[in-house]
Ligand binder design. Structure first.
Ligand code: NOJ
Ligand code: CA
Length: 714
C-alpha cells in the first residue's frame, strides 16, 4: 500500500511537470512559468529575482456564439523552445543600436472538445515578458469573433498605480497616482471632459500602466504590435487585485474579428527594481517586426515651429469666416466671404513663421487651419468636413511653398480628419499626392470628436486598421506621419519608422485648456512613451496665457527650465518649439537651448528616475561628441546629483546649464531661470536644485583652450 501511494504521488508529480514549464531570461533574473490548470485552462506566472510579479493568471479568449470558446479543455501537444540574440539599428531613436535578446517558449495547445489548436508564444527578456495568442491555419478554426479576451495579470498586492481612466476614445487625461484599491473611489473625478470619450467601468484603466510595489518593484503593463485587433484596456477586480484584459468594442459590441492563421498583439510586462530600467527597456520595440521599408533615407528627425499655439490658446482661429453657421465643401463661397480678422493661417503670418524658422535653424513649419472646412469642423457628425486640398482664400499655397523653399524650410502638412475617417480614406491618395506635388514630406493628422462611421470607437479594430492603413499608404508616398488622437503606439515604428510621432496622451495643448498636473511629464516616459515617441509640443515660455489671449485664464504649470528639459526627457524624433515667436524673442538666451538640442541619439543614459517625482536623462547626439542632459521635477523641490563620468576621458567640455533660480516655482515664478557656463570633464559632478514643476537642461560641448578661457570649473 505504501509503495502504491509513493507511485501515485510520483505519477501526480510527473503529470504536473508534464504540463508546467519554466522559462528563464538570458541573465536568469526573470522567470515565467506556464501551466495548464486542472480543467485545461492555460495559465502563467512571473517572478523577478525570485520575487513574485504576476501570480498565477489565466489565459484565453471568450468567443462569440461559441460554447467552447478558447478558454479551457486544452492539452499541450507540443512545446518549442528557442533563444534569440540580435542587435539592430533603428532608423531614429534613443540609441544607435538595440539588443533584442530573449528565450522563447511556444506552447502548442489542442482543445480536446473541438480539436482546435492555439499557440501561446512567450518571450522572456532580461527586462520583462511578452506573450501572444496565435491561431495556426487549421480545419476547425477559420473565422471567429472575440467577445472578450480573458488574459489575466494577477497582482501580488495593493500596488501604487499611475493610471488614467479606461476609455474607448481618448487618452487625454492627467495621471492619478493611487493604490489599486483607491481607483474605484477616484474614477469619477479622474474622468475630465473631452470632445470624444467613452468610459466603461469604475475600475477600468488604460495601458501603458505603471505600477510600483511596496517591495520595490516597478511593473509596466502594455501591449506590443497592435495590428488588426482592438486596443487593450485593463479591468481590475479590486477585491482580488486581478487585472483582466478588456478590449475596445466596435459599434455592435464585438471586440475583434479574427482569421486563422492570425495572432493577437503581444501582452507585455516590463519589470525592474530600478525605475530607470523601465525607461531603458526596448522590449516593446523588440516585439515588433524589423523595418518593412527597403529605403528609409527619406525619414528624418525634424525640429519645427508652427502656426498652432495661437489657435490652441484662442489668440487666433483655425476658421476663416464667421459668415456661415455651416459650410458645404464645393458649394460654400469662401472667395466672397468676409474674413474674420482672427484667421491664423494667412500668407503674411505664415511667412513670418517661415522667416523665424529660417533665422533660427528650424527644419519645418506646421500650419493648421489652412484648408477650407474649419467653420463647423467638430461636434456635428458631419461626413464631408475637409477635402485636405483646398486652401482658404487668404492662404496662398504656391507663394508660401516657394517662399519656404527659398528659405530652406520645409512645410509640414496638417490633416485634421475631425474623425470622419471614411472621408479621409476617400481623399487619402489625392491628399498625399498633393503633398508631394507641393514639397510636403510630413503630415500631422488628427482625429478630434466622435468617429464616423457613427458608433465606432477611436481604439476599436476598424480604427486600428485605419491608422495603420494611413501609415503604410504614407510610406508609399515617402511621407512621415504624426498622428494625434490615434490609438496609443505599441512599438509599430520599428517596422514603420515613418510613424515619427503620435500624440495619444495629454499633450501641452491641455496647458492652454486649464492646465495639466506639474508632475505629468515625470509620468509620461514611464507610460505613454513606452510604445513610441510623443509629439508633446514643449517649449512654452509664457505661462500666463491671458497675456496674449485675454479670454483664456489658463496657466502653464511648468517653469521655463522644465520646458527646456522636455526636449531631452520626452524622446521624440519630431520636436516642436510650440510657443509664439514673439515669446521666444523675449528670452533669446533660454531659446538657445532649443536651437542647440539634438534630435537623434547615439546613446541615452537614465541617470535618475522616480515616476511622479523626477527624471534625469543624458543623451549623446549621433555623429557629434555633444551631450544633452534634461531633468524634470514634480511638485517637491529637489536637488539632483549626477556624475558626468559618461564624458570621454581626457577631454574638456563646456557645459551650459539652464536651471531654475532659487525662488522659481511653476505657479508664481515660472520664468525665473539662470544660465551658467562651466568647464567640465568626466570627473565632474553636478548638484543642481530643481523647483516645484521645474528642472534643468544642459548642453555639453567639447571645447578647446580658447573656449574655456575665463570659465570656472564645475
Ligand atoms: C487636436 C490636436 O491635438 C491639436 O494639436 C490640433 O491643433 C487640433 N486637434 C486641431 O486639429
Ligand atoms: Ca489632442
Amino acid at each position: 500500500m505504501k509503495n502504491l501511494l509513493i507511485l501515485a504521488i510520483c505519477l501526480l508529480n510527473f503529470s504536473a511537470v508534464a504540463v508546467a514549464q519554466k522559462v528563464t531570461s538570458p541573465n536568469g533574473e526573470m522567470q515565467m512559468q506556464f501551466e495548464l490548470m486542472e480543467d485545461g485552462t492555460p495559465a502563467y506566472n512571473l517572478t523577478y529575482k525570485g520575487k513574485p510579479v504576476i501570480k498565477t493568471s489565466k489565459l484565453g479568449l471568450k468567443l462569440k456564439d461559441d460554447e467552447h470558446s478558447l478558454l479551457n479543455n486544452f492539452e499541450v501537444i507540443e512545446r518549442e523552445e528557442s533563444s534569440f540574440d540580435e542587435t539592430w539599428e533603428p532608423v531614429w531613436g534613443e540609441e544607435s543600436e538595440i539588443r533584442n535578446q530573449y528565450k522563447e517558449l511556444a506552447v502548442i495547445l489542442n482543445q480536446k472538445s473541438t480539436n482546435r489548436q492555439m499557440i501561446i508564444r512567450f518571450r522572456v527578456f532580461n527586462d520583462g515578458l511578452g506573450f501572444r495568442y496565435e491561431f495556426p491555419q487549421q480545419q476547425n478554426l477559420g473565422h471567429f469573433i472575440v467577445e472578450d479576451e480573458r488574459t489575466e495579470f494577477a497582482m501580488t498586492g495593493d500596488h501604487t498605480a499611475f493610471w488614467i481612466p479606461g476609455d474607448y476614445d481618448t487618452q487625454e487625461y492627467d495621471y492619478t497616482e493611487s493604490r489599486l484599491s483607491e481607483i474605484r473611489g477616484l474614477m469619477e473625478e479622474s474622468i475630465t471632459d473631452n470632445l470624444s470619450q467613452t468610459s466603461f467601468s469604475d475600475t477600468g484603466v488604460q495601458t501603458s500602466l505603471l505600477l510600483r510595489t511596496d517591495d520595490g518593484l516597478y511593473i509596466n503593463l502594455h501591449e506590443a504590435a497592435l495590428l488588426d485587433y482592438s486596443a487593450m484596456h485593463l479591468e481590475l477586480d479590486d477585491e482580488n487585485m486581478i487585472f483582466t484584459s478588456w478590449l475596445t468594442p466596435d459599434v455592435t459590441g464585438n471586440k475583434a474579428y479574427m482569421i486563422a492563421p492570425g495572432q493577437t498583439p503581444w501582452r507585455t510586462i516590463i519589470v525592474s527594481d530600478d525605475a530607470r530600467e523601465i525607461l531603458a527597456s526596448r522590449m516593446t520595440y523588440n516585439l515588433n517586426d524589423p523595418v518593412a521599408l527597403e529605403d528609409t533615407s527619406w525619414i528624418k528627425p525634424m525640429k519645427y515651429i508652427g502656426v498652432w499655439w495661437e489657435m490652441i490658446t484662442g489668440k487666433s482661429s483655425w476658421h476663416f469666416t464667421n459668415d456661415f453657421a455651416a459650410v458645404k465643401l464645393g458649394e460654400t463661397d469662401f472667395e466672397n466671404a468676409t474674413p474674420n480678422a482672427t484667421h491664423g493661417a494667412t500668407t503674411k503670418n505664415v511667412k513670418r513663421y517661415i522667416d523665424f524658422a529660417a533665422r533660427h535653424g528650424f527644419d519645418g513649419v506646421l500650419v493648421e487651419g489652412w484648408n477650407v472646412g474649419w467653420e463647423d469642423w467638430f461636434g456635428n457628425s458631419k461626413d464631408y468636413v475637409f477635402d485636405f486640398m483646398t486652401p482658404y482664400p487668404d492662404f496662398n499655397l504656391e507663394e508660401i511653398r516657394d517662399y519656404a523653399k527659398s528659405k530652406g524650410v520645409e512645410m509640414i502638412m496638417h490633416h485634421e480628419t475631425s474623425s470622419s475617417v471614411r472621408n479621409y480614406e476617400r481623399h487619402m491618395d489625392a491628399a498625399y499626392q498633393f503633398m508631394k506635388d507641393n514639397g510636403y514630406n510630413a503630415v500631422k493628422s488628427g482625429y478630434v470628436g466622435d468617429i464616423l462611421p457613427r458608433g465606432e470607437n477611436h481604439y476599436s479594430q476598424w480604427l486600428v486598421d485605419h491608422y495603420q492603413y494611413a501609415i503604410e499608404k504614407a510610406a508609399d508616398y515617402e511621407i512621415m506621419v504624426n498622428a494625434h488622437e490615434a490609438v496609443r503606439p505599441t512599438g509599430i515604428a520599428r517596422t514603420w519608422p515613418n510613424l515619427i510621432a503620435n500624440e495619444s496622451a495629454r499633450g501641452t495643448e491641455y496647458q492652454a485648456f486649464g492646465g495639466s498636473k506639474p508632475n505629468h511629464v515625470t509620468v509620461l516616459p514611464f507610460t505613454r512613451l513606452i510604445g513610441g515617441p510623443m509629439d508633446y509640443t514643449p517649449g512654452i515660455f509664457e505661462m500666463d496665457i491671458s497675456k496674449f489671449s485675454p479670454n483664456n485664464e489658463s496657466w502653464v504649470n511648468s517653469t521655463i527650465a522644465n520646458q527646456l528639459a522636455l526636449y531631452v526627457t520626452m524622446y521624440s524624433p519630431l520636436q516642436m518649439a510650440a510657443d509664439l515667436p514673439e515669446n521666444y524673442e523675449r528670452f533669446p538666451d533660454a531659446f538657445q537651448f532649443i536651437k542647440d538640442v539634438g534630435m537623434d541619439w547615439e546613446k541615452s543614459l537614465y541617470l535618475e528616475a522616480e515616476p511622479g517625482d523626477y527624471i534625469t536623462i543624458a543623451r549623446k547626439e549621433k555623429g557629434t561628441n555633444t551631450w544633452f542632459v534634461g531633468n524634470v521635477n514634480g511638485e517637491t523641490p529637489r536637488t539632483s546629483k549626477i556624475n558626468l563620468d559618461f564624458l570621454e576621458k581626457g577631454k574638456t567640455y563646456v557645459a551650459t546649464i539652464y536651471s531654475d533660480t532659487k525662488d522659481a516655482h511653476y505657479k508664481d515664478n515660472p520664468q525665473a531661470y539662470n544660465i551658467r557656463k562651466v568647464v567640465v570633464n568626466n570627473k565632474s559632478k553636478l548638484s543642481q536644485r530643481s523647483a516645484p514643476g521645474g528642472g534643468y537642461a544642459i548642453s555639453i560641448m567639447e571645447a578647446d583652450k580658447s573656449e574655456t578661457k575665463g570659465l570656472k570649473k564645475l
